[in-house]
Ligand binder design. Structure first.
Ligand code: SF4
Length: 214
């Protein structure tokens, strides 16, 4: 068992080294200036590209920069402003409710712990870890569709359950890699290990990947 874990640790470390060389500028692609803006952007990014979210949040945050501003809007008004990101009713409800809780229970500041973040309306572990890692510099393992697909294909996990993947990766990776690993997997998932048509012949990981087709 330990031998299995140690082997996976070694391979994952090698995978991350190669991905760091391949994607030296890998980072969070949601444009934000503070934890609140990243929180709202991450809520908006569900079922939406980061590119579209950034187009919406640019003008949005100029006019409504903080929890106070969003709490003063109605759900319908927020929905109109974020319409093009999809699922706007649910997202507007979460943004309004989260802004109120941040104002009333956290003095207008986004809390900096996983426990407090996941208690905010509409905020799950994925969003919480994005905010922790990228706005507060507190290591967090974010598990999205790319991370789920790649870590299964590479043989590090055998589950689609995001919480299980998060916990297994926390054991397999150095803490210093927790936040960056998601950005690296996302970059590789977009560029090479594309869903349903992975480009294994061009993949820098094909000699260590258990799912390679070459
Ligand atoms: S070898 Fe193929 S399946 Fe494995 S990570 Fe690369 S592209 Fe994905």
């Amino acid at each position: 068992m330990n031998q299995g874990i140690n082997h996976k640790k070694k391979i994952l470390s090698e995978v991350l080294s190669r991905l760091k060389r391949e994607y030296p500028d890998s980072a969070c692609s949601l444009v934000h200036h503070d934890p609140f803006q990243l929180l709202i952007s991450t809520i908006l990014s569900a079922q939406c590209t980061d590119e579209r979210v950034n187009k919406v949040t640019g003008p949005l945050f100029q006019k409504y920069p903080d929890a106070h501003a969003f709490a003063s809007l109605s759900e319908v008004e927020i929905g109109k402003l974020i319409f093009s990101t999809g699922f706007y009713n649910n997202k507007a409800r979460s943004i309004k409710a989260t802004s109120i809780v941040i104002l009333e229970e956290h003095d207008g500041n986004v809390p900096a712990t996983l426990e407090a973040l996941v208690k905010l309306p509409g905020v799950g572990r994925k969003t919480a870890n994005v905010v922790l890692g990228n706005a507060f510099g507190i290591p967090g393992v974010t598990v999205d569709t790319h991370v789920t697909r790649l870590t299964n294909l590479l043989g590090f996990v055998k589950t689609k359950d995001a919480v299980k993947i998060e916990k297994e990766l926390m054991i397999l990776m150095d803490k210093t890699d927790w936040t960056l690993s998601a950005h690296l997997f996302i970059d590789h998932g977009r560029a090479v290990c594309i869903a349903r048509r992975p480009q294994c012949q061009d993949c820098i990981l094909n000699d260590v990947c258990v799912s390679t087709t070459v």
